[in-house]
Design a protein around this ligand. Structure first.
Ligand code: NAG
Ligand code: NAG
Ligand code: NAG
Ligand code: NAG
Ligand code: NAG
Ligand code: NAG
Ligand code: NAG
Ligand code: NAG
Length: 496
């Protein structure tokens, strides 16, 4: 994209601004965890919600809009940031109408039951999916327009996460600039973020900086250990950690482009607890130090040396080990928990001396509609269930407690479950000619109650003997489309 186009974009933005809410995103100190699902036997969403509640995590970010996950978070008090996977950007960003349809189908039905706070459009697009770079801001604007059309723009922000590789240099922080080739995209993007009160999303990994240069970079500095301090001799600021220096590099680079009011949210940061022989520094001990020190750092409510008044909002990468990921051993070993929901190491992310803990969970069965089946088959089964099947379906009629979200899938699920429970979970009462399936998570949300089976088993940790292979597979494939991680943010505001 050349400069003339940028000016066109800026004009568009100026017009755009007339219709948008003028707010600065109120960043408050908060700490999060990335929840990826590229693991074998990943826990079902409802169990993950329980685990998060047990550990005091009230805010979540997911990379897509998986509806089972959104339903699990409904009515949970947990805030959710959703995302559009890179693989879906081209389709969703085709026109303003396709963007609006995506929002209407995937976000609007949940907006009343889930506290969705932001939409991350793509992931590291400028460095990992460059063919889309010039379309990215336009897509973000269309998503924002669709939010306005649905009256959701005041509470849902639009942004896109970046790798720190979009910076040409990061040290010293005060001399940092963006890679010049990306500036034509970054200027309108920052303009958009500024005008819509949104924030810059950065993924910040001191581990990689240390890895690449472990002879020169002090490990203690990379791990936020108190002894380490590095000076920026141009700004005369002292840096207590490499993390602080990388975040400030982002702030300085934005300032060079004259954007000084956009805040940074760190959408991923973490340290692997295991790595290949050549992956210096990957260890359980270092991972525990990094995450524990990071939590204390964030909860101190001070910002970076360059932005001391702006509390940090940070997401720890990541909640679970993802053993199905390719790449170096470290890529599969960032998890705070193994897939059976047992902590990998002891770490306190609350600053209250409370280390992460596993949870046990009650396990019963419910019946819901299968995904990716024909709408006709689903509609027929729904009609049958509420008719000959003898289920009282008033709850899914307009005004009923289970009417919202008003989707065929949701209505069929409620009806199927009622039939399945009414018939005492008898074999074949959750088939519906192949469009129903038994699950082990409670699909209830808000005041919409899904009756439970009367078979109860207590499971310690996360082995779910009853969860069907089919439902797990489905859960996987729904996510495998894109970047597979969910980001979970523990907003620690309430602790301070
Ligand atoms: C798309 O943009 C056109 C032209 O600006 C406008 O007329 C139309 O209403 C928009 N559609 C949606 C769904 O926003
Ligand atoms: C969503 O979370 C924010 C931040 O805690 C809170 O202010 C707001 O009331 C919540 N909104 C809903 C609908 O629960
Ligand atoms: C800047 O980006 C271009 C294109 O993406 C890339 O070829 C180049 O290596 C980058 N330069 C730096 C210093 O990162
Ligand atoms: C930033 O603002 C300064 C002072 O107004 C100006 O000289 C400079 O050209 C601006 N830089 C950019 C990238 O717009
Ligand atoms: C909080 O930050 C201030 C300023 O950086 C520092 O002086 C203080 O030691 C920190 N406190 C804790 C508990 O980390
Ligand atoms: C999870 O564990 C915590 C602490 O052990 C407990 O307080 C909570 O009730 C458990 N939640 C469930 C749903 O079992
Ligand atoms: C159906 O259920 C509703 C409440 O969910 C109840 O008010 C109504 O009386 C029921 N109808 C029949 C025929 O049982
Ligand atoms: C299980 O639930 C069904 C439907 O509510 C009921 O008919 C059956 O009696 C229950 N069985 C037991 C053992 O409670």
């Amino acid at each position: 994209m050349g400069w003339p186009k940028v000016y066109g974009m800026l004009l568009l933005l100026a017009f755009h601004a007339l219709s948008s809410v003028f707010l600065v995103h109120p960043v408050d100190a908060s700490l999060g965890v990335v929840y990826g699902t590229q693991g074998s036997n990943v826990p079902i969403p409802a169990s993950v919600v329980q685990l998060l509640k047990t550990n005091g995590v009230p805010q979540v970010r997911i990379y897509d809009t998986n509806q089972d996950v959104l339903k699990a978070f409904a009515g949970s008090d947990i805030q959710v940031i959703v995302g559009i996977p890179n693989s879906q950007l081209a389709d969703i960003g085709k026109t303003n109408a396709t963007a609006a349809k995506w929002l209407t189908d995937n976000v609007v039905p949940y907006a009343d039951v889930v506290n969705i706070t932001a939409i991350a459009v793509g992931s590291e697009v400028l460095t990992s999916y460059q063919s889309y770079s010039t379309s990215l801001v336009r897509t973000m604007m269309w998503i924002h327009d669709a939010l306005i059309a649905n009256g959701l723009d005041a509470r849902i922000r639009v942004s896109t996460p970046h790798s720190t590789d979009i910076l040409a240099t990061t040290f010293p922080p005060s001399q940092a600039t963006f890679n010049r080739t990306l500036v034509p995209v970054l200027v309108p993007m920052l303009q958009f973020l500024s005008l819509t009160g949104s924030f810059m999303m950065f993924n910040v990994f001191p581990y990689y900086a240390y890895q690449a240069n472990f002879q020169a970079v002090d490990l203690q500095y990379a791990l936020f250990q108190p002894s380490a301090l590095v000076a920026d001799t141009y700004s005369n600021l002292m840096y207590p950690s490499l993390f602080d220096a990388l975040v400030d590099a982002g702030y300085y680079a934005m300032q060079v482009l004259n954007f000084s009011t956009v805040n940074i949210v760190v959408t991923e940061t973490g340290w692997p607890h295991q790595g290949d022989a050549n992956e210096v520094g990957a260890s359980t001990e270092n991972a525990a130090l990094y995450c524990g020190n990071l939590a204390r750092r964030v909860m101190n409510r001070t910002g970076t040396p360059f932005r001391p008044q702006t509390p940090m909002e940070v997401f720890v990468y990541e909640l679970f080990n993802e053993d199905l990921r390719s790449g170096a051993t470290s890529d599969r070993n960032y998890g705070l928990f193994s897939n059976n929901m047992v902590p990998v190491y002891n770490v306190d992310l609350t600053g209250q001396g409370r280390v992460l803990q596993a949870n046990s969970t009650q396990y019963q069965t419910w019946c819901v509609a299968k995904k990716d089946v024909s709408p006709q088959g689903l509609q027929q089964a729904l009609d049958w269930t509420c008719g000959q099947g003898g289920v009282n379906c008033s709850a899914i009629l307009k005004g009923g407690l289970c009417y919202e979200p008003d989707t065929l899938d949701s209505h069929a699920s409620w009806a199927f479950n009622s039939y399945y429970q009414k018939n005492g979970n008898a074999p074949n009462t959750c088939d519906f000619r192949g469009v129903g399936q038994i699950v082990t998570y409670n699909p209830s949300y808000l005041n919409c109650v899904y009756t439970a089976s009367n078979v109860t088993t207590t499971v310690g940790g996360g082995d779910f003997p009853g969860s069907s292979a089919a439902s797990r597979l489905e859960f996987h494939s729904a996510f495998t489309i894109g970047c597979l991680s969910l980001l979970v943010v523990a907003n620690l505001r309430y602790l301070l």
